[in-house]
Design a protein around this ligand. Structure first.
Ligand SMILES: C[S@@+](CC[C@H](N)C(=O)[O-])C[C@H]1O[C@@H](n2cnc3c(N)ncnc32)[C@H](O)[C@@H]1O
Length: 310
């Protein structure tokens, strides 16, 4: 189904942006008569026509990867993955008579729009498609769908997923085992960690591009993810490029780009925000030391080659 409302219609109240489970008003979602790139409410061109074109290009470039992801994560089994999330993220709280945290709401971000955002993030980070020395992380990786897709569509040094809820993490590990059985699917190594994005031991300072599906994560009245900003500040390195959805990060993360695109799971439309981390992280000193060691080895090698040559 194509997305059919412009931002003006959305802000006029046609769509709820959250929660994922909400059924949008009938007018909010297109029908089989919907047309790409035109708002069904006001007939204005959609602001994300270019994003739709880029999504179509991603789909055209990766037909076998799309088929593999559909077989690993059948849309019809989304309720099962949702149930895996609710075991630890909903029922465990209900059993303790506590309010389940909104940030544990499960949803799966659309693959094409995800790729468009990560591709832009990689350009902003300065390496584009040259990703063999770069690490990608999905923070809050759920059943691992985006991480496996990222690893199937580009050759990264490493694609990582970090998920707080044990049953979802176990699902991701099982999906990775299944993915490894599909010949030639994975172009990058993949690692899943069970834990929180504020766990210091996860080594997130090595991450070059991070994605976080933040649409259900609590933000302040200005739409700033204050708690998440605080959590990520020590963990990620300065210069790391971070994509969020529908809400932005705060001080220490410079917003450099935003893109609207289709997201049926969030009522029809999401905005992706691309930030560059400008604040230092706890691991920056270690990273600088490692870079200095690599540089001195490279210098030694160059000197040696010069001597041998001369
Ligand atoms: C909306 S889901 C996104 C799943 C996946 N990224 C996708 O799009 O397919 C958000 C995930 O973040 C997880 N999460 C929430 N807080 C977290 C935290 N502090 N550390 C790690 N994961 C967390 C939730 O359990 C949930 O699985």
């Amino acid at each position: 189904m194509l997305i059919t409302l412009c931002a003006t219609s959305v802000s006029a109240g046609w769509l709820p942006t959250r929660p994922y489970a909400a059924t949008p008003p009938a007018k909010a979602l297109g029908t089989s008569t919907s047309r790409a790139g035109v708002c069904l409410q006001c007939a204005e061109p959609l602001p994300f026509t270019d994003t739709l074109a880029r999504i179509a290009a991603v789909a055209a470039d990766n037909p076998s990867q799309r088929a593999a992801i559909a077989s690993l994560f059948p849309p019809a089994e989304l309720p099962l993955r949702n149930a895996a999330s609710r075991t630890d993220g909903y029922w465990a709280f209900i059993a303790k008579k506590e309010e389940p945290p909104q940030g544990l709401t499960y949803g799966e971000f659309p693959l094409g729009f995800f790729s468009v955002l990560v591709d832009r993030a990689a350009v902003v980070a300065g390496f584009g498609v040259e990703r063999e020395d770069r690490t990608f992380a999905d923070l809050g990786s759920g059943a691992g769908r985006l991480v496996i897709w990222a690893a199937a569509t580009h050759a990264w040094k490493l694609c990582r997923g970090v998920e707080l809820l044990p049953k979802l993490h176990a699902t991701a590990v099982a999906k990775l085992e299944d993915a490894q059985q599909i010949p030639d699917l994975l172009r990058s190594p993949v690692a899943f960690d069970e834990g929180s994005w504020d766990d210091e031991g996860l080594g997130l300072s090595q991450v070059d591009v991070a994605f976080i599906y933040t649409t259900a994560i609590p933000a302040d009245e200005e739409g700033v993810l204050q708690d998440l900003t605080k959590s990520l500040t020590p963990q990620l390195r300065r210069g790391c490029v971070v994509c969020t959805t529908d809400y932005t990060l705060g001080v220490g993360f410079e917003l450099v780009e935003s893109l609207e695109g289709p997201n049926d799971g969030a009522g029809g439309v999401s905005t992706g925000y691309i930030h560059v981390k400008t604040s230092p992280g706890n691991g920056d000193e270690d990273n600088a030391k490692k870079e200095a060691v690599v540089q001195s080895f490279e210098d030694m090698e160059a000197d040696l080659l010069k001597e041998l040559g001369g």
